[in-house]
Design a protein around this ligand. Structure first.
Ligand code: URA
Length: 214
């Protein structure tokens, strides 16, 4: 797995504001949206294109367009939904699938409660959106499902990652079909599997703390 930590002063400044406990939900959403678009610039740099002949007002030339099938964007419910607009702004033709997973408290393993992914993802460039790469269990399950369905490449776009999560995803997918683009790698997970220093519960900060029942 190839990991890119985006090193850019605007990314760092927006991420600092996002982490700040005083940042309210409307500002948090806006910052997350901006950050995803900045990360998306890096995450989409290998998206496949093909040559196309066009006419400018002056002459003809060969340019490029994205190939078919279009990229597939997969936000992981719930917090990944807060990253969707930021990514599709750069890929307006992308199709969108959804992955809903929750943690089984008895086994500590993620289980699926919503699988809205195409049965056949052959040849697709896929972008998985999950703001927090914590233990990595959810991301491993989602990436595995996409590769099993034939995805050509899977790029995970995260705002923050813990070293433990990165190692788990790397161990599961050592080859270069899978990559990760992230704004920062934090210190560690705490005993409740929150990223430290992190930004708290990304879903709650994006959407409020209304309880969810998968
Ligand atoms: N999910 C979150 O929302 N925050 C964390 O710190 C870890 C997982």
């Amino acid at each position: 797995m190839h990991v890119t930590v985006v090193d850019h002063p605007i990314v760092a400044a927006k991420l600092t504001a996002l982490r700040d406990v005083r940042t309210d939900t409307p500002s948090f959403r806006r910052l997350a949206d901006d950050l995803v678009t900045l990360l998306a610039y890096e995450a989409t740099k290998s998206v496949p294109v093909e040559a196309v002949e066009i006419e400018t007002p002056i002459t003809t030339m060969t340019g490029v367009r994205l190939t078919n099938p279009p990229p597939l964007v997969v936000p992981v419910l719930r917090a990944g939904v807060g990253m969707l607009d930021g990514l599709t702004r750069l890929l307006p033709d992308a199709e969108v699938g959804f992955a809903g997973l929750a943690r089984d408290e008895a086994t500590a393993q993620p289980f699926w409660y919503a699988d809205r992914l195409p049965e056949d993802a052959a040849g697709r460039s896929v972008f998985v959106l999950d703001p927090m790469l914590a233990t990595g269990g959810t991301l491993v399950a989602v990436v595995e499902a996409l590769l099993t369905r034939g995805a050509e490449t899977v790029t995970c776009v995260c705002l923050l990652a813990a070293p433990e999560g990165i190692e788990r995803v790397r161990a599961a997918f050592p080859d270069d079909r899978v990559s990760l683009v992230v704004a920062a790698v934090d210190e560690q997970l705490n005993e409740k599997a929150y990223i430290v220093p992190g930004l708290g519960d990304a879903g709650d900060r994006l959407f409020g703390s209304a309880p969810t029942t998968p």
